[in-house]
Design a protein. Structure first.
Lengths: 540, 131
């Protein structure tokens, strides 16, 4: 007969492999055909389910005492499997060993059966036929039986392969599950969580008891505002099989929220349950919040520094500013006194009085303007978006610094190009830059013992179409290699200086999309220039 | 009878206001925006008294005073300034200024200074600084 090599490996699980319905149907057909061809009342396939042997399928022929699912009590199949050999019993009554077995009692006195094994050699069961009369079961019938046996074993080979693959996958998933690197849980569409690893339980701070008691449900853990999105995700995963990782939140056991990244896939045929992968985003959210906080504080600090710089610059100019205001005030006092005198004349000279009063109004406004401009420059106002003429803004600043220039004997000249396009940006901030450059220039020149003290302020349209402003002095100049260092924060040559002015000026200009730089001028002195793009858009 | 007073101040408001005030006091007044303008005008020789600002572009008030002394123009000078620095004041008075006033000035004080200045013209001129 056929020999079956015993396989080296023993798989315990092959005994629990489920035979799918379509294979069962096929095997049913086999035994039905077998019974018909061989003209026997009973053809069956037996399966070993330790410690018993059960009837797996049995022919629907008349007079078949073997009912599917029933236990096989006879010795035949057990013998076949133990010996791993076919067995032929032509007439049980003629044999001392067989004549009183249960099959004879059922009227089945002859038997032919062959063993069926798994690809790894483990016994599956037998395929056998029984007859209620003596039957020699010819060679041809044995061959037939063996042929069918081969068919069945081919089916078992496929099943084993499939089962093996499934097992491997399960092992992999379980390994991932138990590694607890990320939270994993098994869900169903009803909202239940069927299984979960420690990592997941830790994220939502439930314990295993809660899980086993069914108290952990993803539907309950989803906050209201995430319901709609989650419903969409469930639809996606049940129709397409997967859903990409996306952010949401869960309620922890104590009601607090945890930000998470969740992705998933279905694992059943019916697509009604699956696995979900959960990553705790608390750390990342915390880091993001911190970064935003640092950014905000940095911006606040920038504003504080800009403000401090303004105040410091204005402090330097206090005496000069006082002068600017004193002029219109002095004129007003004189005008008023003159008006009184004219009124006291006989007759009063009303024309002179009117003129005096008109000038008082004018000078009062001028004083108010100066004060207003000074206040603007000191105010801590957020960046504005004005549209303005750069030349007018510059003239105002020159007006403010005129007395300082006069005091130090600096001659101020301007060459302001006509027809310049309007600038869009923060007028006061840019005036701050101008003021800073002018004051620096004046200070640099005031320290010279000899030589002319000339300040030239010039505006022009550059070749690129930008507006260019230049402040040129005749002072000691600068070393070209050092010209960039000047703009570093805290760089200063003044013993009492903070060294912040130029670095802040540069950030203001750059925030307007322009550039600020310094160069040595010939024959002496330094030039500080900045450009402003005319469609000057502020950086947010 | 009206004495000629020349005001020199680069600030237009102050210039016209001071001129108006002096006119209301009954004087004849000419106003100039700079020392150079005054020195190159015909009023230079008519002027009985100069009232000048200290800080001006070009020739300053102090420099004007020195020029006048050097060129034997004997008219008295009164200074009005928004920058009453002690060192400047000393220098001005040493060179023979009648008064050194800070803006805004007191009107009776100005009048008194002008009267003193005009009286100097009547008296024979003594060495500067002996008033």
């Amino acid at each position: 007969m056929s020999s079956m090599g015993s396989s080296a490996t023993t798989s315990m699980t092959s005994r629990s492999v489920h035979v799918p319905p379509e294979i069962v149907r096929k095997w049913q057909e086999v035994v039905d055909v077998l019974a018909e061809i061989m003209h026997v009342p009973s053809a069956s396939i037996m399966r070993v389910e330790p410690p018993r042997i059960k009837v797996f399928v049995s022919s629907a022929s008349a007079g078949n005492p073997c009912a599917p699912g029933s236990v096989d009590t006879g010795p035949y199949c057990a013998t076949v499997m133990k010996a791993r050999q076919p067995l032929l019993v032509a007439d049980a009554r003629a044999n001392e060993a067989w004549k009183s077995n249960s099959h004879v009692q059922q009227g089945m006195i002859s038997y032919l059966g062959v063993p069926i094994s798994w690809p790894d050699g483990q016994m599956f069961g037998t395929i056998c036929v029984r007859d209620n009369k003596r039957n020699e079961y010819s060679e041809a019938y044995l061959k037939l039986l063996l042929h069918f046996r081969d068919l069945l074993q081919a089916d078992l080979t496929s099943l084993a392969a499939l089962h093996g693959a499934l097992e491997q996958r399960e092992v992999k998933i379980r390994r991932l599950f138990e590694a607890n690197m990320i939270g994993i849980f098994v869900w169903d569409v009803e909202g239940r969580i069927l299984e979960a690893n420690e990592a997941f339980l830790r994220i939502v701070q439930y314990d295993r008891e809660d899980l086993l008691a069914g108290r952990v449900r993803w539907s309950d853990m989803t906050p209201g505002e995430w319901r709609e999105d989650t419903a969409r995700r469930v639809t996606e995963v049940t129709t397409t099989g997967t859903t990409q990782p996306r952010e949401k939140e869960y309620f922890r056991k104590d009601g607090s929220r945890v930000p998470v990244l969740v992705g998933g896939a279905t694992i059943s045929e019916e697509q009604d349950r699956g696995i979900a992968f959960v990553v705790d985003l608390s750390e990342r959210k915390r880091a993001e919040a911190e970064a935003r906080e640092i950014d905000r504080r940095y911006r606040d600090m920038q504003m504080e520094l800009a403000h401090a710089n303004r105040v410091a610059t204005m402090g330097q100019l206090t005496a000069s500013i006082a002068h600017e205001v004193k002029q219109p005030i002095a004129a007003t006092v004189s005008n008023a006194q003159a008006a009184l005198r004219w009124l006291a004349r006989e007759p009063p000279d009303l024309e002179e009085v009117r003129e005096a009063l008109a000038h008082i109004v004018q000078d009062g406004k001028r004083a108010g303007d100066v004060v207003g401009r000074i206040r603007d420059l000191i105010k801590k106002a957020p960046p504005r978006e004005d549209r303005f003429d750069i030349n007018t803004a510059i003239r105002e600043v020159i007006g403010l610094s005129r007395s300082e220039a006069l005091k130090t004997g600096v001659a101020v000249r301007t060459e302001l190009a006509g027809g310049l396009p309007l600038i869009r940006g923060d007028r006061v901030q840019l005036q701050q830059v101008m003021l800073n450059l002018i004051v620096n220039a004046i200070e640099a020149m005031s320290e010279m013992d000899e030589g002319p003290r000339e300040l030239l302020i010039n505006t022009a349209k550059s070749e690129a179409g930008d507006v260019r402003v230049a402040v040129r002095d005749s002072g000691p100049g600068l070393v070209p290699a050092e010209s960039e260092r000047l703009f570093e924060a805290f760089y200063t040559t003044k013993p009492s200086g903070l060294g912040l002015g130029l670095s802040i000026c540069r950030s203001i200009v750059e925030a307007h999309g322009g550039r600020l730089w310094a160069s040595a001028s010939a024959p002496r002195g330094a030039t500080f220039q900045f450009t402003l793009p005319i469609d000057s858009a502020r950086s947010p | 009878m009206a004495e000629v007073i020349s005001i020199i101040d680069d600030d237009p408001s102050v210039r016209t206001a001071t001129a108006r005030l002096l006119r209301s006091m009954g004087f004849s007044v000419y106003a100039f925006a700079s020392a150079q303008e005054f020195l190159s005008s015909p009023q230079l020789h008519e002027t009985s008294c100069v009232i000048a600002d200290v800080q001006m572009p070009g020739m300053s008030g102090i420099e004007l005073q020195e020029y006048l002394i050097a060129h034997d123009h004997g008219m008295p000078v009164i200074f009005i300034t928004a920058f009453p620095h002690e060192s400047v004041r000393e220098r001005a008075m040493k060179s023979g200024a009648v008064c050194f006033l800070s803006k805004p000035f007191d009107e009776p004080q100005l009048l008194e200074c002008v009267q003193r200045a005009l009286m100097r013209l009547q008296r024979p001129a003594g060495p500067p600084g002996t008033e």
